[in-house]
Write a protein of this length. Sequence first.
Lengths: 225, 429
Amino acid sequence: MKILIIEDEHALQESIFKYLEHQGFICEAVSDFLQAKDKLARFDYDCIVVDIGLPYGSGLDLVKELKYMESKAGIIIISAKNALEDKLAGLDLGADDYLAKPFYLSELTSRINAIIRRRNFSGSKVITFNEIKLEAEAQLVTVNDKPVVLTDKEYQLLEYFIANRRRLLTKAAIAEHIWGEEYLHVSNFDFIYSQIKNLRKKLLDAGSGDYIKTVYRAGYRFTDQ
Amino acid sequence: MKLLTKTTFYFLITMVPLLAVAGFYLVNQFSKEINYRSDKELVSDEIQWIQYLETAVANGTTFFLKTPELSIFPTDADVDEYATITTTYSYSKTKNEDIPYRQLAQVISISGNHYQIYIRQSQEQKAALESDVKWIMLFVLAGLFAATLIFNWVISKRLWKPFRRSLNKIRSAELQKMEAMHFETTNTEEFNELNASLNYMTGKIYKDYVNMKEFTENAAHEMQTPVAVVLSKLELLLQDNNLKEEQVQSILESVAALQRLSKLNEGLLLLAKIENNQYETTEEISLAEITKKYLHLFNEFIKEKQLTVQTTFTGEFKINLHPILADSLISNLLGNAIKYNYTAGMIEISVSENHFHISNTSLLKPIPSEKLFKRLKNSKESLESSNGLGLAIVKKIAEVKKLGITYHAGNGLHSFDIIREKGRKEQTL
């Protein structure tokens, strides 16, 4: 899976690059509009992560360009502007998703995975992790080909875990992914404990390995290592 | 007082005395003229009678004549050098009233005999004429007066039309649409000056507004980017398997603080945007629907805390409110009701056409009024995840939308009430 990261803030670009690379993506990164245009003209990517404010041009124009080229790449806009108008403008131009800064790298990874899966019309839409299989469209989960019944939230949680496998995921990041920013109004994130406990129990009952590891006082890690 | 009423009022207090004086003067002059004419007639009558007398009494006879109009009789009185003309009244049997007469009286001497001459002329016709003239003048002047008032009114209406147009435009002005606003040229110089100034002003306001909007957005932009950098670095750092537990804790605390900073920034930006009226909308939204949506969204938290929620929906509480603000309003209030509740507590919500009520049980002390709705004035007891802006945002939304919001606490129950203030139109500027 090839990803192009277009971000002018070098430190942020590097973080994204490292994290995605670690999750198994092949990444390239550029930091201005002209370099980005050049790359897009010469290579094909599965997904493009683009910032709006760039030197020499706007990320939105790159989105336009991609649509004009009839590119099959998924597009995710990352912007410091959380304004609704910008969000709508980006999505109207044909971007697949819009993520406001600051964001968790785990959230970005999860969204990139979702976009690639949605755009991958010919290929398989099945996510596998050892004996666990997720059929994304039907939201069907099987362990060793035996179906497991999960709630919506548990399914989202599992998908998020697999996208960020082997990474330490903080409770805050998990809570924000599953419940959105709204959870901040309501509670601290201790409540995710019961959701994770249920998911782990269902997977174990179906005969999967114990992949959800609790990292004491920090969060969780989904790993087979 | 209206300008037209004012001009009419001043017109009245100057014109009424002026017309009264003019009318009085005219009638007076007219009356004098008539008297002058009739006096001349009386004098010429007398001259003829004297001439007649001189021939009639030449032979030494005594002349004696007495009619209502004319009396000539001998007298012992001294001769008058001049005739005196006076106005007298005498009773008329036919008319049954006193009738005014103009009377000439003189004692003359003819051939050594003194004669008293009285010549009288009825003033009845003159009085009638005078009265007619008075009435005609009154009608004409009143007519002129009324016509002037009407013309003044019509002309003023026409003249002030461009002013009214400009005024209506200003009234309906909205910050976001000020760019398209134009006060057109009229054929009145003063209004052109006014409209040109208004055009300049709206242009400037719009420019300032755009600048400010850009500034707040840029400020937020500039702040969120470094936060994003730090957050991403911390997240990468967390992946290091060699970290000690305290190190992980330090990183997590930094992440949490950073998130708070970012949310604070977002909250302040939201407040600024509400103040700048950047969330204008023409659509109506039902607070009852939004409440139901959030009850559904927060269902898991409610269940988790084993809260009992009592809802009474008797009306929609439809209001012209941007969806983002409606979400912010309800999620803040409902979120607080859940967050500051205790396990197995209670939440009561009732929504009617003009009233939204939410109350919750809580162990927290009532919010002191000096801290209520104020930015960043969190009580120390509130939870860490609060950014101290929630109620300030709620208050600001209510303010902009002219909703009344009240807080009440007692018996372990905290409640908020939002009331639509009757008869108040929503603010547009």
